[in-house]
Design a protein around this ligand. Sequence first.
Ligand code: PEP
Ligand code: MN
Length: 341
Amino acid sequence: MIIILKKDATVEQIEEVSTRLKEEGFKIHLSQGVEKTIMGAIGDRMRIEALDLEALPWVEKVVPILAPYKLVSREFHPTDTIIRVGGQEIGGDTVHVMAGPCAVESRAQILESAHAVREAGATFLRGGAFKPRTSPYSFQGLEEEGLRYLAEARDQTGLLVITEVIDAQDVSLVANYADVLQIGARNMQNFVLLREVAKCGKPVLLKRGPSATLEEWMMAAEYIMAGGNYQVMFCERGIRTFETYTRNTLDLSMVPALHALSHLPVIVDPSHGTGIRSLVHPMAKAALAAGADSLIVEVHPHPEKAVSDGKQSLTPELFQIMMDDLARLVPVLDRKLGKVN
Ligand code: PEP
Ligand code: MN
């Protein structure tokens, strides 16, 4: 249920509504816009009807949200959410390209990658220090050592760091080093982990599970918001379909669908979305044309030597070519490319 308060409602009046709802067992989430204050009340719908809040002169309207996702919904926050991190904004008119290798493999590899992607115009450095691998025998990541190298790369380049956290126990460790925490596709419905990142104080990039429906994905974001972290962005990274030519099927229809249903930014990952190097650049353009707020792309200085996802990793040269192309496309879409601060 959302309660829309009149423009001139005072802090005390807002507080009164909130207190009445809390007394009835509701959980309250406030969304304070320039135009209106919207209160999200999660609880028993029948009780809200009995409260008759519309009788209060400073309450404009009480609207039920019929969809199971509430805080994530456009109704709760009619304007686009802009996530502010390290002086950058995600979800506004600036398109960011987050780039880097699949995994942090060594200090030299991540530093070389960071300088290369920064040179080409990326604003965020990606790289996994904890790797959720399909096989237990594959490289699992450098863990804290990898996080330290990412932080060093940030210090050297000014790029912000996005990296994956795979275990609830490691959330505060990863949050100590990263600017944005990534929840990987395989963990989209790891509810313990979602509850933990809700408490970390850092923005979260939530990848779509390989077989998750739109609603399941939105409900996963709802977990993070319900836990008090409103800085959530979706990331479409392809789903499992009957097609085996590509690694996944990049479902770009999710971009406008999410924008219609939710206020949260939408990022697209054309690397995992296709699994094929030559498809990354065209799908990155398609993603932006569909309205994606930013991109996350795998780039490796020597893809043939990469310990993971080499086949889908761009070389720095190909990344530069893609970035030059995006620099021409983005203004046509009334947006601009991000720059390192
Ligand atoms: C990754 O970003 O390297 C990764 C493991 O992605 P996903 O969770 O989408 O498979
Ligand atoms: Mn990868």
